[in-house]
Design a protein around this ligand. Structure first.
Ligand code: FAD
Length: 474
């Protein structure tokens, strides 16, 4: 300890106030533990400040304008004008309301809040450096520590984020002017979501992707629906091309890409968004001081109680491995806090849903048909197109389908893939079905409200049984 340090003690120290860390801190507080939360930046972490919430706020706002401008079939003629500064201010208001709420909830649950950057100084000690010159630092002694430091965007060589020409998702979500031309490097979910936002705002968007398709990790028929709509929005795709370098121009920048054969192409843009994935933040914690070593990708390895190899240190959320999703981080936060409090808690991921908020949305959970076959099941599959849904047609959003994968013999729901309007909400029904051990029979026997998109889930289950009413059976 440095002379002049103030040393405090706590039962549980949580590093990082994202959806992993703040949930862990609140839960630990509820269980009567003395909890200290250290956050170097903003409460709510990536999710509330630079990720899920601001991106979804902008997606919703641009949808309002886009839907109004494209409702002539419904007899609506409108030409909305987007005031980007107003839109961003509204988005910031949503973020501030939520981050303020998180701070209040932590305080109400007795969590001691500390602003600063934490670094391990020993097996039971962290040093917290307060921001800025002369702000000092302090040491905290803990019994247990939960590392919830999240992730940061990957940079690619030659494309270091400068906030002006080369942007990460964080800066792209804070632009107060609509770019005329945007190059997006990476057609993963973040690249696709933000491309959709800017295309709807009138930006000329070009996506450059090293692989040969968009949305890797999603089945091709699911990705195809999104890609087709993206192209209809004017987004141009260039697959099999890697971003190589860029140069400044009088009117913006030129991005140079290269394909497998070494052929290059050039794209002119105002700005480039690099969205090629995220890496765990584990390299700034001085982990050697506690004897922890991340894997070669930087992730901390944990058991089913979120415990690392060092028994009293836990890791949750993005820093603890894929999938890097807010709800997975929160679930792990619950478990870590409960285990520390002596509760019989452990991770039981029956299935982790995932959503992509493109147009249309994607919602997936559990196994695909191929994964079910690989796992030794004899899957039966049922599908229902939104084109056959009264609700989808009456809202003007009839692209896509629901697919349900079940075990043929037992009828147990194994997974589902939805692409279409509200897929992010609809997938919750399938997640619950998997968690509850529900069968195709349970889904079809459940009376669904009419007319709703959720009926499509019931119809897909009926189709798997060969009993669909509103489509031809398989
Ligand atoms: C554009 C975008 C859109 C996304 N959309 C979705 C979505 O729709 N759905 C979804 O589920 N997920 C989404 N995600 C992913 C989601 O944001 C993350 O999975 C989630 O935030 C991870 O939570 P976490 O608690 O592990 O870490 P984070 O939210 O990253 O929080 C970590 C916190 O730790 C702090 N910290 C780091 N190091 C230190 C230190 N040494 N000392 C003190 N504090 C420290 C950081 O400042 C940060 O606040 C999105 C991400 C991005 C970037």
């Amino acid at each position: 300890m440095v002379v002049g340090d103030i040393a405090t003690g706590t039962d549980v120290l949580v590093i990082g106030a994202g959806p992993g860390g703040y949930v862990a801190a609140i839960r630990a507080g509820q269980l009567g533990l003395d909890v200290t939360m250290v956050e170097k930046n903003a409460y709510g972490g990536t999710c509330l400040n630079y990720g899920c919430i601001p991106s979804k706020a902008l997606i919703s706002a641009t949808d309002v304008a886009h839907n109004a401008a494209n409702a002539e079939d419904m007899g609506i003629h409108a030409d909305p004008v987007v005031d980007m500064q107003g839109m961003v201010a509204w988005k910031d208001g949503v973020v501030n309301q939520l981050t303020g709420g998180v701070e209040k909830l932590m305080k109400a649950n007795g969590v001691n809040l500390m602003q600063g950057t934490a670094e391990f100084a020993g097996e039971n000690t962290v040093r917290v450096a307060h921001g800025g010159e002369g702000q000092g630092s302090e040491s905290i002694e803990f019994d247990s520590c939960i590392i919830a430091t999240g992730s940061r965007p990957f940079e690619i060589p030659g494309f270091e984020f400068d906030g002006e020409h080369v942007l990460s998702s964080r800066e792209a979500l804070a632009l107060d002017e609509i770019p005329e031309k945007l190059v997006v490097v990476g057609a993963g979910y973040i690249g696709m979501e933000l491309s959709t936002v800017f295309a709807k705002l009138g930006t000329d968007v070009t996506i450059v992707e090293m692989l040969d398709d968009a949305l890797p990790g999603y089945e091709s028929d699911v990705a195809r629906v999104v890609k087709k709509k993206a192209e209809a929005l004017g987004i141009e795709f260039h697959f099999g091309e890697a971003a190589k370098e860029w140069r400044k121009e009088a009117d913006g920048m030129t991005v140079v890409t290269e394909n497998e054969d070494g052929e290059t192409s050039e794209f002119n843009a105002d700005k480039t968004l690099v969205a090629v994935g995220r890496q765990p933040v584990s390299d700034t914690l001085n982990l050697e001081a506690v004897g922890l070593e991340p894997d070669e990708k930087g992730f901390l390895q944990t058991d089913d109680q979120c415990r690392t190899d060092v028994g009293h240190i836990y890791a949750i959320g993005d820093v603890a491995g894929e999938p890097m999703l807010a709800h997975k981080a929160s679930k792990e936060g619950h478990v870590a806090a409960e285990v520390i409090a002596g509760e019989p808690s452990a991770l039981d991921y029956q299935a982790i849903p995932a959503a992509v908020f493109t147009d249309p949305e994607i919602g997936t959970v559990g196994m695909t048909q191929a994964e079910a076959e690989e796992a030794g099941f004899e899957p039966v599959v049922g599908k229902f197109p939104f084109m056959a849904s009264g609700r989808a047609l009456s809202t003007g959003h009839s692209d896509g389908f629901v697919r349900v994968v079940a075990d043929e013999e037992s009828g147990f729901i194994l997974g589902g893939q939805i692409v279409g309007a509200e897929a992010s909400e609809l997938v919750a029904e399938l997640a619950l079905a998997i968690e509850m051990g529900a069968t195709l029979e349970d889904l079809t026997a459940t009376i669904h409200t009419h007319p709703t998109l959720a009926e499509a889930v019931m119809e897909a289950a009926a189709n798997a049984k060969g009993e669909a009413i509103h489509t031809l059976n398989r």
